[in-house]
Design a protein around this ligand. Structure first.
Ligand SMILES: Cc1ncc(COP(=O)(O)O)c(C=O)c1O
Length: 487
């Protein structure tokens, strides 16, 4: 080690910590099912739903919590969700079929995102609520309803391109939804096709961590609802999408220190912290730092339900009253579509260490039976250390902190699990497991593929029964088998 370790330790809640401490259990699973292996914890998703609901209660609000399915393909998580009060937000034909097959009834399903004709057809046929992206889509739905004599389809109009009057809050452009300026035209279409569509509300989803931007969007939606009422329409729902975020790291101090050391490394003021000078968006030009750090803010003390709480308590940018009060005064329901935040602490990706090698240049490479797409933390800009789970349940064979590069199983120079040096308390050995914690939201199966005919990870659902961890293949898990035992 060239200097003191720069750890980025994951934040672990009791259930996830408990499974990670069950070394024999995890090694047995990987021995049986191969590496990589994804483990999901369905009981945690139910706990996460309850945390969001507590925020609604604090603000005296009602409305639906819809899991954005895209965050994880797991059947176990979705099936477990059916026995909570939550609904599900599906963004493809496959996700809709999956949700229906898991036991969600159409009244608990929202179909959002870009749709192909088959997706739109099944959504209309089964009677799920449709988040309508454009006027053209509204008309297509109306045609379907007319042609097949379907019941009226409940719709939410997705809006975008919000602008704060007189306030300098920049709203990022979105390729989804209809521009706010087109609301009048959309409402005319709704009125014209009253017999085919029932407007239940308006919606947005903004891919940002900025509360100010979302406050502008939410207030604009309230105004759009006013316009609906003026026209005699009676929508009741404002759907604010997802994007509540997750706090991935246990220690804010580690994050601050890491990012400042990374900056020094890019400026050449300390030894490199990344593979071949990669700067995560930063670069040095004649001794000056340029660019912007393109990383997820992995330490976020206000995330998930706490972020929703903060948003609802924020003043509406022009009306001034808290956003929750605006919703309450109008008796509007608030729908949310959290993806990442609802599967916080719900899973872990396991990889077996195959080789530990030292290069002539002095780097230590740890090669694992997994590739960068199997755990796409890097792709999403989330920096978080794996946990070493030694074989045999003992301590790692190494005794001193090390800094290693984690390399994947593809015959491809670029296949690094992460391009940064990962600091570990001790050097792992072949046969040990690396556990990437808290990967259920987008990191475990969103990007995985069969490049080089490498297998993609199998998935198992782990749950507690009589004080022990038990498991089933993800596809074999149904809620009634789990005891719901509390950690
Ligand atoms: C329409 C919609 N809703 C919800 C989400 C979920 O976002 P997150 O996982 O950040 O909560 C997304 C993500 O892309 C989305 O497009």
């Amino acid at each position: 080690m060239r200097s003191s370790p720069l750890y980025l330790e994951p934040r672990l809640e009791p259930r996830l910590r408990s499974v990670l401490e069950s070394a024999d259990f995890l090694h047995t699973l990987v021995d049986a099912l191969g590496s990589p292996l994804n483990v999901v914890l369905p009981e945690q998703i139910a706990a996460n739903v309850a945390r969001f609901r507590a925020v609604y209660q604090r603000h005296h609000l009602s409305g639906g919590i819809f899991f954005a399915h895209k965050a994880n393909r797991s059947s176990a998580l979705v099936r477990q969700l059916t026995v909570t009060e939550a609904g599900i937000d599906v963004a493809s034909l496959g996700e809709l079929q999956h949700a229906l097959g898991a036991g969600f009834t159409p009244d608990r399903i929202l179909a959002t995102g870009p749709k192909n004709p088959e997706f739109r057809w099944l959504a209309a046929r089964t009677g799920v609520t449709v988040g309508v992206d454009s006027r053209a889509e509204l008309l297509e739905l109306a045609v379907l309803v007319g042609k097949y004599g379907l019941p009226r389809v409940r719709v939410l109009l997705r809006l975008s391109g919000f602008e704060a009057p007189g306030v300098t809050v920049l709203s990022r452009p979105s390729r989804f939804g209809s521009p706010v300026g087109e609301v009048a035209g959309l409402l005319e279409a709704v009125e014209r096709h009253r017999d085919a569509v029932e407007l239940i509300g308006v919606a947005y989803h903004l891919d940002t961590v900025g509360v100010a931007e979302k406050a502008v969007a939410l207030e604009t939606c309230v105004r759009a609802m006013d316009e609906c009422r003026r026209r005699g329409l009676r929508p009741q729902v404002i759907d604010i999408g997802g994007g509540f975020g997750v706090n991935y790291l246990a220690d804010g101090g580690q994050w601050e220190r890491y990012t400042s050391e990374l900056t020094s490394a890019v400026l050449g003021r300390r030894p490199a912290l990344t593979w071949q000078g990669h700067g995560y968006g930063l670069r040095a030009e004649a001794g000056t730092l340029r660019g912007a750090l393109g990383l997820y803010p992995a330490h976020r003390p206000i995330a998930a339900e706490a972020y929703l709480d903060e948003l609802l308590a924020s003043p509406a940018p022009s009306l001034g009253r808290p956003l929750a009060t605006l919703l309450l005064e109008n008796l509007y329901d608030l729908h949310i579509e959290p993806g990442r935040a609802l599967v916080d602490q719900c899973g872990v990706a396991l990889a077996k260490v195959l080789e530990v090698r030292h290069t002539p240049g002095g780097d230590c490479l740890v090669r694992v039976e997994m590739n960068a797409r199997d755990v796409s933390l890097e792709e999403h800009g989330v920096l978080m250390d794996p946990i070493v789970i030694p074989r045999g349940g003992g301590r790692p064979s190494g005794t001193d902190p090390v800094a290693v590069y984690l390399i994947g199983n593809l015959c491809l120079e670029a296949d690094l699990i992460t391009r940064r040096l990962v600091h570990l308390p001790a050097l792992p050995s072949p046969g040990d497991l690396l556990a990437f914690a808290n990967t259920a939201g987008y990191f475990m199966d969103f990007s995985a593929d069969h490049a080089l005919h490498q297998p993609i990870a199998r998935k198992v659902a782990a749950y507690r029964e009589n004080g022990s961890w038990r498991w089933r293949l993800d596809t074999q898990y149904w809620p009634d088998f789990a005891t719901g035992e509390q950690q």
